[in-house]
Design a protein around this ligand. Structure first.
Ligand SMILES: [Zn+2]
Length: 291
């Protein structure tokens, strides 16, 4: 098992809002670290109860009646595909898209007390002792889901509190996370996919709207080569059978062997680091590994 400079086993903890976010954001990078023997932990904040059934083949009365259980099983399956060692459900309810009645549910992540939600994450950080945490940026790039914003809102206070012995003393021994990253969906990925559709004479699902959205590629500091685990993202997404339509052009419009290698990189933005590192990086643990 790989270790850091202090002999502590390497651990990567990712924080996601809903089941399926772990598959659409950074799955290949996690798979690569899991394959290397890094301990990998997925914290999923909500059960995704408000997700629409986006795959017509799965839209049955039985699935509708048991959606939370179905989504939990899908999450377990996807996590297995990616290679996560642990899946931790933080236990909140999906807050729904802005302006929907789910926003008002007192069990929702967005309505939960911030201090209490931070405490739940502190407990996991102290228990699993990750050197590296992956979370979301505050700018959700045109997808302002309250739960995604909340993931960002609890991460830094939890990282601070986890290292502070006077904070949440009942939540375990203090632990200092050393690097925090944001996931990134770069314009470069969209361009690479769009051009491949055109090259193959296929209709591209990326219309002008995609290219009008602000690009944040200049924030990317760290690019993880995922070519050795290139099919993981696709297979993990497919595990979310209610959420991902296998006929979706956006996800699966390119032939699998082409899609797997059209942009075989996961992009991240380094948000905070306690250790010295040289940017750009090709490793989330850069600066933490033994010389
Ligand atoms: Zn989500």
């Amino acid at each position: 098992m790989p270790s850091d400079r202090n002999g502590q086993p390497l651990c990567l903890l990712t924080i996601h809002a809903h089941p399926d976010d772990e598959s659409s954001k950074g799955a290949g990078a996690v798979a690569r670290y899991a394959a290397e023997g890094v301990h990998t932990v997925l914290v999923c904040c909500t059960g995704g109860e408000e997700g629409d059934i986006l795959n017509p083949a799965m839209d049955t009365p039985d699935v509708r009646a048991h959606l939370p259980e179905v989504r939990e099983r899908e999450l377990e399956e996807a996590a297995k595909v990616i290679g996560y060692d642990e899946v931790v459900l933080l236990g909140y309810r999906d807050s729904g898209m802005p302006g929907t009645p789910a926003n008002d549910d007192p069990r929702s992540f967005a309505r939960a007390g911030l201090k209490e939600a931070i405490g739940r994450l502190v407990t996991q950080l102290r228990r699993t002792r990750p050197q590296v945490v992956v979370t979301y940026p505050d700018d959700q790039q045109g997808y302002p889901h309250p739960d995604h914003l909340r993931v960002h809102a609890i991460t830094f206070p939890a990282v601070e509190a986890a290292a502070d012995p006077s904070a949440y003393p009942e939540a375990g021994a203090p632990w200092r996370v050393q690097k925090v990253y944001y996931t990134a969906w770069s314009r470069a990925r969209i361009v690479a996919m769009h051009e491949k559709f055109l090259e193959l004479g296929l209709e591209s699902p990326f219309d002008a709207k995609w290219f009008e959205r602000p690009a944040h590629d200049e924030t990317v500091t760290t690019r993880i080569d995922t070519s050795a685990v290139a099919d993981v993202r696709r297979l993990a997404l497919l595990a979310h059978a209610t959420q991902v339509d296998p006929t979706s052009k956006f996800w699966f419009g390119l032939p699998p062997e082409v899609a797997d290698l059209v942009y075989p990189v996961d992009d991240f933005a380094l948000a905070r680091s306690d250790v010295e590192t040289t940017l750009p990086e090709d490793d989330l643990f850069a600066g933490l590994r033994p010389e």
